[in-house]
Design a protein around this ligand. Structure first.
Ligand code: TXA
Ligand code: MG
Length: 345
């Protein structure tokens, strides 16, 4: 599938709705890209839409600007960031070498939701890479961030370091309003609508002999392996040199429990339907039950809404979220990964 074919999308935050000041600006409004590009060129942070989740961006070649990302997120400085680029030409400048595996994945999936880890060119993006000898690179597909990257390149900015635009450990944002909820009105956020994919990119380490899947995404393992022409190894404690990739991230404030369909139905039958503080997200529980939010049958549809649903539960003051465990099959790998992290807090 070509990712850009999924546009156009609706704008998430209607003007005047819960918005104040000028923190959120439509990415398609005249002058918005220019304003954001100038701010980034000057070393400021900007919230940006991507097709996966919103990012908190700074120019990748400015260590002071990148250090501000870590401060703003409350992220430990040894957790490396992804550098976002226009495409392969720009990516290759950050890498030494731009590996064969990186080339294959970029040719197959860029622009799109796949991040490659390569050996880093000397003295480049040191702060973004948290001092590691490797660097994560991705060319995002969202038209607003693509326009922004192109304008930044004209201003001499060779890439944007951007983690997900949430406070450390929290659920990633999939609308501009989510980003404002995380960081308040002082941050300029380009509004590109609700993210069409909804979970973060797949991360493949192609810096060594054998490619390693560090984080599953919506592009399936089989598609990645087909593009690479070889099998992917799973991340383990030896392969993951980056802290953060295997930890309990992506957690809502409420406690989240994963349950089988049977467990969930019998637990639900024991609760009064009017009980406060419990929310259920399930494919098979009774649809009309007041506690139940229906989970779609399609893994892509669940990925798209998952983080927004968890945020909605938190906003309602939910204390306990029961989620029906999706099937243990390849198309659900990305969703199952995020759910098990959210449950392991
Ligand atoms: O879809 C996405 O990837 C989003 C959007 C904004 O592009 N970005 C994102 O960034 O999810 P972040 O920082 O929330 O997650 C990046 C992950 C972290 O778990 C980090 O440890 C890993 O990428 N990572 C970054 N550089 C790495 C490296 N050199 N080696 C291994 N893992 C790395
Ligand atoms: Mg993140």
């Amino acid at each position: 599938m070509r990712w850009p074919a999924m546009w156009p999308q609706r704008l998430a935050s209607r003007r005047g709705e819960r918005l104040s000041g000028v923190a959120i600006v439509s990415g398609t409004e005249a002058g918005a890209i220019e304003r954001a590009a100038q701010a980034l060129a000057a070393g400021e942070l900007v919230g940006v839409p991507t097709e996966t989740v919103y990012g908190l961006a700074a120019r990748a070649d400015d260590d002071r600007a990148v250090a501000r990302i870590f401060e703003t997120k409350g992220r430990p400085s040894d957790h490396p960031l992804i550098v976002h680029v226009v495409g392969r030409d720009q990516a290759a400048q950050w890498a030494a070498p731009w590996s064969d595996g990186a080339e294959k994945l970029a040719a197959a999936f860029w622009p799109g939701p796949v991040t490659v880890i390569v050996q880093r060119a000397a003295d480049s993006a040191t702060t973004a890479a948290a001092g590691l000898p490797t660097l994560a690179l991705r060319s995002p597909a969202h038209p607003v961030v693509r326009d922004l990257l192109a304008r930044c390149a004209e201003l001499g900015v060779p890439g944007l370091a951007a983690p997900s635009a949430n406070r450390f450990g929290h659920v990633s944002p999939t609308t501009a309003a989510h980003v404002r909820d995380e960081f308040g009105d002082d941050l300029l956020v380009l509004d590109g609508g609700a993210c069409t994919l909804g979970i973060e990119s797949a991360i493949v380490d192609v810096s060594g002999d054998q490619p390693v899947l560090l984080r599953p995404g919506v592009v399936g393992r089989d598609e990645l392996e087909r593009a690479l022409g070889q099998p992917l190894r799973d991340a383990d404690e030896h392969s993951v040199r980056a802290p953060g990739t295997l930890e309990n991230h992506y957690a809502p404030r409420a406690t989240l429990r994963l349950m089988s369909s049977d467990e969930l139905r019998s637990a639900l039958s024991l609760l009064p339907a009017t009980v406060k503080g419990v929310a259920v997200y399930s494919r098979t529980a009774p649809r009309r039950h007041p506690l139940v939010r229906v989970m779609p049958d399609d893994p892509r549809a669940v990925a798209q809404e998952l983080f927004a649903v968890l945020r909605e539960f938190d906003d309602r003051g939910t204390k306990l979220i029961w989620v029906e465990q999706p099937p243990d099959t390849a198309p659900w790998e990305g969703v199952n990964d995020r759910l098990s992290r959210a449950a392991s807090r």
